[in-house]
Design a protein around this ligand. Structure first.
Ligand code: MAN
Length: 541
């Protein structure tokens, strides 16, 4: 009787509806596996049970397949068909738990809970939403075509620009090579002239130094030779106050190179350098001993001696030094200035300038260095001209090198862009060169496609790199995701990186940013370039 009733019931429904109402929670595609006229074999094949044990609220199969419509098995799955809306697969723990999960209410079948079937309303909203998306898609798809056209044009322009820049860069390279050779030539002439000038000056200074030393030797001799006999004796050495200490007879003789007396010439040529110069340098300025003071040498001192006073009391120290170096009196020095008119013409002009500017006479310190030696004069006109020529070539060489480097940099950037995949139809290409921002409570994020991603704190800290362009990384459709890598190192961690989820929108817009794990950022970017079915596999319902 029961069987007949069952048969009548079954015949009033399609087989599928019938089975799904008997075998609750099963995806219709799998219903043939649940045949009430046979024993049930667990879907993993591990066990066969009587069909009456299917959905009897007792878990028999290890794979939970005998209880698709109850919560008896720990890892079971409940399928709600949700006719009119999207089907759903729930964890079986949600079956009969007092909460309506499926819009058709089928998950609460054994409960008092009164679940409304609102699949139709949900389905309608869903369809409306889908319709809006469809419209956005068709609008976006037209924009995508435009982007694609622009992208192709940009690519062509890049290729043309590349060819153009290549020619210019090659020309500049050649120019730089020629200028390099030219520069080497003019610098050679410049160096030769400068070296000649420097060498001549060095010789002149050495000569001045030698004269100065000779004068010092002669002054020293005069200071020892108090009786002005032209001969220096052991006694005069012993009596000299211009030495560093009192000398015994033996020491004095030793100082005279073993002789009892030496004349001026031998003193200057043989003894000055080997015996006296160092001692003399350590002593105080030369003093003429007062009568009765003879034999009391001054205490040694580190200060260099000054030349003996010649009565030119109004000369300043530098002038005195210079005169003592050149061995000239003031008058002679003035005359000498006249003689050297040619050489010092420029100096004098400079001095005039200084006078004009400062309204005074240049001091002698303008002419001498710290050692009282004359300062090196300017280069002669010929050398100056060579330096000027070399400067010009150097400047031209540097400028041309800079221009060449700029061209090479531009070429490298074009090469880099040409190697980047900008979409199947170049539709992403127009995004290059633009940046898009998103601001949340703490940061402003920036996305510059094919370039970089960054983060700037609102409290004014500098921009933090969240990565530079890496690659397309979407699955299964690669253009649905961009990857930026090698950003600023995270404290105690890897470098920052960013994944950009790309989807269709009628304008380019960075609509959201999150940091799902530390220093790994996720950007949501909408662009018409993604308005293509490949980005959104169709939802079925
Ligand atoms: C900064 C920001 C954050 C990041 C931390 C890591 O505060 O870049 O996004 O999580 O550094 O220390």
């Amino acid at each position: 009787m029961e069987k007949i009733f069952f048969f009548l019931f079954v015949s009033s429904l399609t087989l599928r509806q019938c089975l799904s109402s008997i075998v609750l929670g099963v995806n219709p595609n799998r219903l043939p596996l649940y045949d009430p006229s046979k024993d049930f074999t667990c879907l993993d094949g591990s066990k066969t049970i009587n069909f009456s044990n299917v959905n009897d609220d007792y878990c028999d199969c290890e794979d939970s397949s005998d209880e698709p419509g109850t919560s008896a098995c720990p890892n079971g799955r409940f399928f709600c068909e949700n006719n009119g809306y999207l089907a759903q697969l729930l964890p079986s723990s949600r079956v009969n738990d007092g909460i309506c999960d499926c819009c058709d209410g089928s998950d609460e079948h054994g409960n008092e809970k009164d679940c409304q079937n609102n699949c139709f309303e949900l389905g309608r909203e869903y369809r409306e939403q889908k319709e809006r998306e469809k419209q956005m898609f068709s609008q976006g798809a037209a924009l995508r075509d435009d982007l694609s056209k622009q992208g192709k044009l940009k690519k062509e322009q890049r290729l043309n620009e590349h060819a153009d820049l290549k020619v210019k860069a090659d020309e500049k390279k050649e120019l730089v090579e020629n200028l390099k050779v030219h520069k080497e030539n003019v610098e050679k002439l410049e160096n030769e002239a400068k070296t000649k000038h420097d060498k001549e000056w060095e010789e002149k200074i050495n000569q001045i130094k030698a004269e100065r030393d000779l004068e010092r030797a002669q002054n020293a001799f005069a200071s020892f030779d108090v009786d002005e006999s032209g001969s220096l004796t052991i006694q005069e050495i012993q009596a000299s106050i211009n030495l560093d200490k009192m000398y015994t007879e033996e020491e004095a003789q030793e100082l005279l190179g073993g002789a009892v007396s030496v004349d001026r010439e031998s003193f200057v040529s043989q003894l000055w350098e080997s015996k006296f110069r160092d001692i003399f340098n350590k002593t105080k300025p030369l003093e003429t001993p007062d009568e009765g003071d003879v034999g009391t040498p001054p205490p040694p001192t580190e200060e260099p001696p000054e030349p003996p006073s010649d009565g030119n009391v109004d000369k300043n120290d530098d002038e005195k030094d210079l005169d003592s170096v050149t061995g000239m009196s003031q008058d002679e020095a003035d005359d000498d200035d006249d003689d050297d008119d040619d050489e010092n013409e420029k100096d004098e002009e400079d001095e005039e300038d200084i006078k004009d500017e400062e309204g005074g006479t240049p001091s002698a310190t303008d002419k001498v260095d710290d050692e009282g030696l004359p300062k090196k004069p300017d280069y002669d006109e010929e050398t100056k001209k060579l330096i000027e020529d070399a400067d010009k070539v150097r400047q031209e060489f540097e400028e041309t090198t800079r221009e060449k480097d700029d061209l090479l940099k531009k070429l490298a950037e074009i090469d880099r862009l040409n190697q980047i995949d900008m979409g199947e139809h170049e539709e992403f290409s127009p995004l290059h060169g633009h940046c898009f921002e998103f601001t949340d409570r703490e940061y402003t994020y920036k996305l510059c496609p094919f370039d970089k991603a960054s983060q700037t704190s609102k409290n004014g800290n500098s921009e933090v790199s969240l990565g530079t362009w890496g690659e397309w990384s979407g699955q299964p459709y690669k253009y649905s995701e961009m990857k930026f890598t090698n950003g600023l190192s995270c404290w105690n961690g890897p470098s920052r990186s960013t994944t950009v989820k790309v989807s269709c929108g009628i304008k380019n817009d960075l609509v959201g940013v999150s940091e799902p794990s530390k220093c790994e950022y996720e950007f949501i970017f909408h662009t018409p370039a993604a308005c293509h079915p490949n980005f959104h596999p169709h939802d079925e319902f």
